[in-house]
Design a protein around this ligand. Sequence first.
Ligand SMILES: [Zn+2]
Length: 132
Amino acid sequence: MATFQDILSTPCKLSTYAKDKNGYAKVYINGKRVYHHRVAYCAAHGLKLKDIEDSIIINMCGRHNCINPKHLARKVSTVSKIVTVTSEEVLRLNIEANKKAAIETARKNAKLIEDTREAMRLCRAAYMGARN
Ligand SMILES: [Zn+2]
């Protein structure tokens, strides 16, 4: 894996398209204004813009209008993708685990009672048999 320095050892390739107020270059594709660095990232990785809808493309060099694919990194958006385990969820999982353990114990106890009954029956049978 290339280091950060390796990646940035290639020079920036700045877009010649007009920048927006945040310094990002935008291009027109099928009548839609899209970020040039996103298009550049897709082109370099054989992707379509649709494929990176859930991701943000970071300019690692800090230049928002840089379109050198080696300076671009994809980061899946943390907003929609992060699955947070809340304390309620932990509680629910604990209850679930305890429930399973309780059922298991009850099952073992039932088996034990069954075994005891069976043992008593055999004893009784043996006792009765011994008497005859
Ligand atoms: Zn750059």
